[in-house]
Design a binder for this molecule. Structure first.
Ligand code: PAF
Length: 306
């Protein structure tokens, strides 16, 4: 356990649990992250202070939510810079949980993945982990369609973090809208005693939603990626002015992004809680999109509360 001027760094999951148990008389907020922190994370962490007495931030790039074909190996990370950034958050953090043994269960034989469909980097590495949390309907569409192991890995690692840290509240950014809804449903369905807080998207001054992956955009791609927020805002204004047909609204988004050179993975208009696709807006919806600019896949969304 290394001590810092603000908070402590815990790298062992058993020590993390011991700390959490010793703090039981306080309320704990958990902010799960994969590191490479940006101002969006820092706002989320600052918000955590409004929900609990103690704040734990986990930094862990989770191999079980990446397929071997995805960007685990190039996912940006800079732990020292993360620590420096965390020190700038008003109120600081109480624990930085940076586990080295999250999926380490002692003596394990490597799993034979031959012939298995939809295997993550975790199984490929031979960890022996084979228990998964699946939120079956909510994980099916959108990001779940293009990334078949993603939500299974997210729900499972978040369940593990909840079991280790035992937080009263956990905060998630609404940029990962489907993820937030899935975690919320998991908590309800499995009776985790954790309140889930969804936090508004934090954007750069030019409108691009903050994401650790933004650093991998070239300056030209970054410029082009501004079409994402522009198109979403246009569709929202059109809906507010009475255009309630989802096909027309989707076309507005798709045209603007394609004109800028983005390659759309999906653009969907869905009901906010059930994430069911709608054809005509009659209740609060959200437009969810995933777009490739070069080798970078960005996601974003906008809620429409009509
Ligand atoms: O949103 C993220 O950064 C990750 O998916 C999460 C929730 C930390 C799980 O690894």
């Amino acid at each position: 356990m290394a001590r810092r001027s603000q908070g402590i760094i815990i790298t062992d999951k058993y020590q993390m649990r011991t700390w959490a148990r010793s703090m039981r008389h306080n309320s704990i907020a958990l902010v799960p992250t994969m590191g490479f922190l940006h101002d969006g994370h820092l706002s989320l962490i600052q918000e955590a202070h409004n929900h609990a007495q103690l704040v734990v931030v986990s930094i862990y790039v989770n191999p079980s939510q990446f397929a071997p074909s995805e960007d685990l190996s190039t996912y940006p990370s800079d732990f020292d810079a993360d620590i420096r950034k965390l020190m700038t958050v008003p109120g600081g953090v109480d624990v930085i949980f940076h586990p080295h043994n999250l999926y380490d269960y002692g003596v394990e034989s490597a799993m034979d993945c031959a012939g298995m469909a939809n295997v993550s980097c975790l199984e490929e590495s031979g960890s022996g982990h084979e228990t998964w949390v699946r939120v079956e309907r909510l994980e099916k569409g959108m990001c779940g369609r293009s990334r078949p192991v993603f939500f299974r890995g997210v729900a499972t690692v978040v369940a593990k973090l909840f079991n280790i840290v035992d937080p009263d509240v956990a905060l998630f950014g609404k940029k990962d809208y489907q993820q937030w809804r899935i975690i919320d449903r998991m908590v309800r369905d499995l009776d985790f005693p954790v309140k889930i807080v969804g936090f508004e998207i934090v954007r750069d001054a030019d409108g691009l939603a903050m994401s650790s992956r933004n650093v991998r955009l070239s300056p030209i791609e970054r410029q082009k990626a501004l079409s994402i927020n522009r198109s979403l805002s246009k569709a929202k204004s059109a809906a507010e002015q009475g255009e309630l047909n989802c096909k027309s609204l989707k076309n507005l988004v798709v045209d603007e992004i394609q004109e800028a050179g983005g390659e759309l993975d999906y653009a969907e208009i869905v009901e906010q809680k059930s994430l069911e696709a709608v054809e005509e807006i009659k209740s609060p919806v959200v437009i969810l999109i995933a777009v490739w600019f070069g080798k970078v896949r960005l996601i974003d969304n906008i809620e429409i509360n009509i």
